[in-house]
Design a protein around this ligand. Sequence first.
Ligand code: IPE
Ligand code: IPE
Ligand code: MG
Length: 250
Amino acid sequence: MSLKESINLKRLPKHVAIIMDGNGRWAMQRGKDRNYGHKKGVDAVREIIERAAELGIRYLTLYAFSTENWNRPWEEVEALMELMVNSLNNETKKLVDNNIILKVIGDIDRLSAEVRESLDYTLERTSKCSGMTLIVALSYSSRWEMVKAVRDISYKIKEGKIDPGNIDDKIFENYLTTRDIPDPELLIRTSGELRISNFLLWQIAYSELYFTETLWPDFGKEELYKALIEYQKRERRFGKTSEQVHEKEN
Ligand code: IPE
Ligand code: IPE
Ligand code: MG
């Protein structure tokens, strides 16, 4: 049986989030510069988006550029932004053909006018699609997002529109950039790093974590299938006992 056939399509995670890491090391291993790795990384992005949509995953979030990544050498930041613009321009039609809706989370005010224009175009073109939602985390960090949420809630309190005593999980979530998007059941990180790097800290409270040594440009469909199969072996207890979980199933 192929890896793909081993996936139980009835128990797919609704939302998969991926920290795409290792482009730089992939390139260095080949004696190339880091930006070559980022270019190859785009091929992996294309493949994973298509395969996830084909399987029937409803939401796919890709961590493309973090708040902290602004501190990289300027030439690398520029190359990444250029890659973003080119990818958006080249791939919009394919996204629409595959019925994929694009969403962006992050501090987009920090992006250049050129990047924002390309984003706006793709966001608009894909807005009527009804298949998988592709969420790109760009200039994103979880602390930025949470501080922004607190600030926005505080303004509402000041205006008398929110009673502080009523603030609960649901209200807080409404002020996150991921409002209306279910929490990821599965978080994947490539390249062997065992950390979260300021990604979706609130949303992954109960996500299953999957780490692989594979560097992002080498992360192909079979790697995605492996992660999904591993996810399906996990028992998600949400604080309950194993017996309670099984009782519910029977
Ligand atoms: C991930 O690969 C891409 C981004 C963070 C933009 P890296 O560029 O972090 O690659 P490594 O971790 O240096 O190998
Ligand atoms: C995390 O990767 C951010 C993205 C994948 C966009 P990094 O390579 O920036 O993470 P750290 O700094 O090594 O933790
Ligand atoms: Mg990295």
